[in-house]
Structure formats: C-alpha cells, structure tokens
Design a protein around this ligand. Structure first.
Ligand SMILES: NC(=O)c1ccc[n+]([C@@H]2O[C@H](COP(=O)([O-])OP(=O)(O)OC[C@H]3O[C@@H](n4cnc5c(N)ncnc54)[C@H](OP(=O)(O)O)[C@@H]3O)[C@@H](O)[C@H]2O)c1
Length: 255
C-alpha cells in the first residue's frame, strides 16, 4: 500500500517503525528533517516528500500533526475522494476533519501510543476502519468504538499512562536512594508491575490482583490508604476532560 504521514514527530515515527517489513511504500513529510532522515535510513520503503506530494502519492494518509496547526497545513492539499484518512490528532473532531480533508470521506480517528513501534498497542478507532485493521491489526488489537464520544473517552483514559509512569519513576528513585542502583531499581519496579498485568484481560483480573494486595495492616494496604486522596484527584482529572473531549454528547461534539 502507498502510505503517507503528515507530521513526522514522535507518534508518526512509532507508527512507521511499526509498519516496517510489510512492503509498504511510505512517504513522510520533511518537517523534523532529522527524524525523517532517520526513518528513511531505518525502515525500507520510506522516502521524504513535501506535504502535497505525500497526499498525492498515498492511498492512505495519516494525520500526525498537532491539531492547532491543522487549519494551516491541511487546506489546499490534494486529498481525493478515493483516499483513506486516519487521524491520530487529539482535539480534532471528525466534523472538522471532514471539512479539512474534503473530498475524502473515509476518515477515522485512532489513538496510537509510542509502543505501536513494536506492537501490542490497543487501537480504539471511530468509525471502524478496515484499512487500520489491515495495516496494524496483526500486531495490535484494533477496537472499533460505537461513537466519537466513546473514542474520546478512551483518549481521556489513555492519559493515565503518564501519571502512572511518573509514580513508577518516583518509586524507583526512592528505591535507588536506598540501594544505590538506579538501573536495577527501575528494572525491579517495572518487573513487579508487569507481573500484575494480564496478557489478555477478560475483565476482573485487576480487581483480583488488588484484592490479593490488601492484607490488613500490610505495606500495600498502608500505602494505598496513605494515597487514598489520589483516587479522587484521578476522577477529578478525568472528569475535567468532559467538555474538551465532548463526552456529554454521543456525537462527541465539543463545547
Ligand atoms: N505522542 C503520543 O504519544 C501521541 C499519542 C496519541 C496521539 N498523539 C497525537 O499525535 C499528534 C502528533 O503528536 P506527536 O507527539 O507526534 O507530536 P510532535 O512530535 O510534535 O510531532 C508533530 C510533528 O508535526 C510537524 N509539523 C508541524 N508543522 C508541520 C507542517 N506544516 N507540515 C508537516 N509537518 C508539520 C512537526 O514538525 P517540527 O518538529 O518541525 O515542528 C512535528 O514533527 C498530536 O496531535 C497528538 O495529539 C500523540
């Protein structure tokens, strides 16, 4: 397939790396020239081209720009009615994308995370996209959503990764302060957390794991109680996304 990436940043690079070895012809835009050059050297089939050529030369165009520049970059690019457009931009609703990418109508939004480079990254998507499934489905679970609001709720939930990683790093740092070995401390924290995460969750595994870490008066229960306020903070933070993510309307329209 001929694939084009507008915006050669962190997430575009991860997606291109995740597509390596599948025989696709991939065009990436020249902004962030150093990263574009690295991708060309690293992944067979990747070439750099100006934005209009990326769009003209692709069957599928991935929008990997920051949403705030979408209005500056997308109008005037030669999108076609027979093209598939897949956006990963946060804060760019479908309604806006339909205007910016006309006459293309096969437009979906998905939520890749950097681990898509190696696979195993869940990909919620709305509307369902057979093209996304064909390109990434063999190595990543593609999860079609019933509405744009449902997709956007996944966006909000995915923001949890950042504070969780922050907590893991804080704990590793605390441990290293006592052992003097930061590398081993980080490896230990990553390993113990990994043991509690099911390979393929069916529901209930996380609650069961938590129940197993609840001995009255134990260190686990003691630390959890000390951090009980964090639960409310998390809820508040997630609820704070409602207007931005259009979670109060099934269509996902933003206020
Ligand atoms: N990173 C993530 O984990 C993640 C996850 C899900 C969704 N997203 C979404 O993915 C999008 C990109 O995120 P990112 O983290 O990859 O950001 P990023 O690293 O800043 O990448 C954005 C890229 O767009 C380029 N750009 C700016 N103006 C351009 C233009 N006129 N033509 C072509 N390219 C242009 C930038 O080039 P310069 O470097 O030259 O400015 C930069 O390389 C965002 O909308 C974000 O919300 C990111």
């Amino acid at each position: 397939m001929r694939l084009g990436f507008l915006g050669t940043g962190e997430i575009a690079a991860a997606m291109v790396r995740g597509l390596a070895g599948q025989g696709h012809d991939i065009l990436v835009s020249p902004r962030n020239a150093a990263l574009a050059a690295r991708l060309c050297a690293e992944v067979p089939g990747v070439a750099v081209a100006p934005n209009p050529e990326v769009v003209a030369g692709s069957d599928v165009v991935f929008l990997c720009l920051l949403a705030r520049v979408a209005e500056d970059v997308l109008p005037g690019l030669p999108f076609r009615a027979d093209q598939t457009v897949i956006s990963v931009m946060v804060d760019a609703p479908l309604k806006r994308l339909r205007g910016l990418c006309a006459p293309a109508t096969d437009i979906s939004i998905t939520i890749p995370l950097p681990p898509i480079a190696t696979g195993g990254c869940p990909l919620p998507v709305y509307p369902a996209s057979p093209v996304l499934e064909a390109l990434f489905g063999a190595r990543n679970p593609v999860l079609p959503q019933p509405s744009e609001a449902a997709l956007n709720a996944h966006l909000g939930a995915s923001a949890l990764c950042s504070p969780i990683l922050d907590q893991l790093l804080t704990t590793a740092d605390w441990l290293a302060g006592h052992t003097g070995d930061p590398g081993q401390a980080e490896a230990y924290i990553a390993a113990i957390i990994r043991t509690f995460l099911p390979e393929r969750a069916r529901g209930g595994e996380l609650a069961a794991a938590l129940a197993g870490l609840s001995t009255e008066g134990g260190l686990n229960a003691t630390l959890r109680a000390a951090m009980s306020g964090a639960k409310d903070d998390l809820r508040r933070g997630l609820d704070g996304f409602h207007a931005r993510l259009g979670l109060d309307t099934p269509s996902g329209d933003r206020t």
